[in-house]
Ligand binder design. Structure first.
Ligand code: DX5
Ligand code: ZN
Length: 230
C-alpha cells in the first residue's frame, strides 16, 4: 500500500493508514486478549519492541514471548529490534513468528548483510532511523527494503512526546521513495496519537505505531478506528 489519499466532498482529505499498536504498552498479563482487541478493531500489524538494555537503556521482551503470542494470535508481527547487534538475532525472531523485522541504522550490524539475512529468513525488512540520524542514510537502501521506520522519539520508552522534526524526515524519505520504491511502507513510531497522526500521514507516513495512545485509552478499539481512517 502506498499513501492512499481519498478526497471527498467538502474538500476534506482522508488518509488510510495501517495501524501497528505497540505491545510495549499492552497488559502483559493479558497479552492475548489485548492483541485480539486491537486486531478486531482493524489494526493490520502488531508492533513488537525488542530492547536489549544496551542499544537503548531499557529491556523489554524477546523471541520466546514472540513465539508464544504469535502461536496464540495469528497476525502480522512488525518486530522493531532495538539491539546493538541485530544480525545475530534475525533467525531467532524469524523462527519465533516475525513477519517483518526492522533494525537500526545506528546499530553495529552491516546494513546490506542484515537486510539479506532478514529476507533469507522469509521476512520483510525494515530500516529504522533515530531522531538525530539524517534521512539520507537510508536512501541507498530504499529499493532493497519493504519499510522505513522514522523514530519520532528517542527509542527506549513508550509515552514520550512526539518530536515534530520527524515530519520533515518523513517528507524527505517519501519524496525519495517515490522515485525508487513507490510501494515503500513508511512507518512512524513514538508519541503518535490523534493529535499527531494526521500530520504524519500528510508528510507521507502510511504505517502508524501507537502504544500509549491505543492501550492507554478508555476505548482502544476507538483509537485504532480513528487512526486507520484519518
Ligand atoms: C519506543 C518504541 C515505541 C513505543 C511507542 O522505543 O519503539 O514503539 O512503544 O510508544 P508510544 O506510542 O507510547 O510513544
Ligand atoms: Zn517501536
Amino acid at each position: 500500500m502506498h499513501r492512499c489519499v481519498l478526497p471527498v466532498h467538502g474538500g476534506k482529505v482522508f488518509f488510510m493508514a495501517i495501524v501497528s499498536p505497540s505491545l510495549l504498552s499492552a497488559d502483559f498479563a493479558h497479552l492475548q486478549a489485548d492483541c485480539r482487541r486491537v486486531l478486531e478493531a482493524g489494526a493490520e500489524f502488531l508492533h513488537f519492541d525488542v530492547m536489549d538494555g544496551h542499544f537503548v537503556p531499557n529491556i523489554s521482551f524477546g523471541a520466546p514471548v514472540l513465539k508464544s503470542i504469535s502461536r496464540a494470535v495469528c497476525a502480522f508481527y512488525d518486530v522493531h529490534l532495538m539491539l546493538t547487534d541485530p544480525l545475530q538475532y534475525v533467525d531467532s525472531f524469524a523462527k519465533a513468528g516475525a513477519s517483518l523485522i526492522s533494525f537500526h541504522m545506528e546499530s553495529n550490524s552491516p546494513v546490506g548483510e542484515t537486510i539479506d539475512a532478514i529476507h533469507a529468513a522469509g521476512c520483510k525488512a525494515g530500516l529504522v532511523l533515530k531522531p538525530a540520524t539524517p534521512a539520507q542514510e537510508v536512501f541507498q537502501w530504499l529499493n532493497q527494503v519493504e519499510l522505513v521506520l522514522v523514530m519520532s522519539v528517542e527509542p527506549g520508552f513508550s509515552g514520550q512526546s512526539f518530536l515534530p522534526s520527524a515530519l520533515s524526515k518523513l517528507r524527505e524519505i517519501r519524496k525519495q521513495a517515490d522515485q525508487v520504491n513507490p510501494g515503500l511502507l513508511l512507518e512512524v513510531d513514538g508519541g503518535v496519537g490523534r493529535a499527531t497522526a494526521p500530520a504524519c500521514c500528510e508528510a507521507g507516513a502510511n504505517v502508524l505505531v501507537a502504544g500509549s495512545a491505543v492501550f492507554g485509552a478508555q476505548d482502544p478499539a476507538a483509537e485504532v478506528a480513528f487512526l486507520r481512517g484519518l
